[in-house]
Design a protein around this ligand. Structure first.
Ligand SMILES: Nc1ncnc2c1ncn2[C@@H]1O[C@H](COP(=O)(O)OP(=O)(O)OP(=O)(O)O)[C@@H](O)[C@H]1O
Ligand code: SF4
Ligand SMILES: [Mg+2]
Length: 329
């Protein structure tokens, strides 16, 4: 029996501006078991980053707010923790590699000071021990001249190096859960492979659970145990990685998988899904995928399907698998 490390139920995170309410995350349900890697996939704007910022409770500097739902980590409701309790969780128990490395590295502090701050706070190391630990972490993520780089500023480094610094920072306090939001998208292929290897090592050696947000289904196939597919602020399918690739059910998941170029494919054209993701303020009635779905039925334009279990460990949000609902309509 797997133990759930993180459990998110009906999470709703909205952004507010003047008279506009933007439902960026609109009822997300997902869980991560201890020590597993969960892949989170979906087109741009479907709410992946906002979900992870909600878990970390890092929305204070945005017009965003969690308006409903719960986020339980090791049984504790993160949404009810005080800010100082949450600071203990951040970095120590849950760490995050951000999609934009520059936004989370402070340009006016030296690299070493930024990483050792967390190490001193969470691991209770003194200055000397913290510095040694930081150098070890920098070496671990493949930073050359770690003893010198530790005293440099973020602007002195390349994008790839900054991303590695971010990863070193996130891993430095041995978190139980690492949230990695597109950790390798900005990197070239060789470094990408090294970073993924590093994350795998972390998982194997320390039992770290990973929530891996990515557009790259190749990365999902290589890294993940289970996958959730998001569309328009909700989870539309969830299954283990083999099931997702071998037996996808939701028309959106099938569309995403069809957009991967096949080996030996004559044309370079990707079979991408027609149409675009609806903007959160102009969501269609019924199933949010209906305007793009070739299998849409009348009921799909009226009602929004629930996420239901269709096999052991496999959930899907689609009327094609809810025949009793279709019959009733
Ligand atoms: N600070 C903000 N203010 C207002 N709206 C926001 C803000 N941040 C995100 N959003 C909106 O929330 C929705 C979800 O955004 P999010 O960043 O979670 O998407 P994503 O799935 O991470 O996309 P990508 O793959 O491009 O990173 C989008 O419609 C976006 O415009
Ligand atoms: S519920 Fe209907 S529109 Fe939505 S994905 Fe399923 S078949 Fe397509
Ligand atoms: Mg994002």
């Amino acid at each position: 029996m797997n133990n759930k490390l993180l459990e998110i139920s009906n999470l709703k995170t909205y952004f507010f501006s003047d008279d506009l309410q933007v439902p960026a995350v609109n009822g997300v349900d997902l869980y991560i078991n201890e020590g597993e890697t969960l892949g989170v996939v979906g087109e741009s704007g479907c709410g992946k980053s906002v979900t992870s910022l909600s878990i970390m409770r890092l929305l204070a500097h945005t017009p965003g707010k969690v308006v409903d739902g719960s986020i339980r980590f090791k049984g504790k409701d993160l949404l009810s923790l005080s800010e100082s309790e949450m600071r203990e969780v951040r970095g120590n128990e849950i760490a995050m590699i951000f999609q934009e490395p520059m936004t989370s590295l402070n340009p006016v502090y030296r690299i070493g000071d930024q990483i050792s701050e967390a190490v001193k706070l969470h691991l209770k190391y003194d200055k000397k021990k913290a510095r040694e630990h930081v150098i070890k972490m920098l070496k671990l993520v493949g930073i050359p001249r770690a003893e010198e780089i530790i005293d440099e500023f973020p602007y002195q480094l390349s994008g790839g190096m900054r991303q590695r610094i971010m990863i070193a920072m996130a891993m430095s306090c041995n978190p139980t859960l690492l949230i990695a939001d597109e950790p390798t998208t900005a990197l070239d292929v060789t470094i990408q492979a090294q970073i993924l290897e590093l994350m795998k090592k972390l998982k194997e050696e320390k039992g770290t659970a990973i929530m891996l947000i990515t557009h790259d289904l190749g990365v999902v196939a290589e890294m993940c145990d289970r996958v959730v597919v998001m569309y328009a602020g909700k989870v539309v399918e969830e299954a283990d990685v083999f099931e997702i690739f071998e037996n996808p059910k939701h028309p959106y998941t099938k569309g995403l998988l069809n957009s991967i170029p096949k080996l030996g494919q004559k044309s370079n054209r990707l079979d991408s899904i027609p149409g675009t993701v609806p903007t959160p303020t102009k969501m269609p009635k019924g199933c949010k995928f209906a305007p793009r779905c070739s299998q849409a039925m009348d009921i799909c334009r009226e009602l929004d399907p629930d996420l239901v279990k269709i096999a052991e460990g496999h959930r899907c949000r689609c009327f094609l698998y809810q025949s009793e609902m279709v019959k009733e309509a």
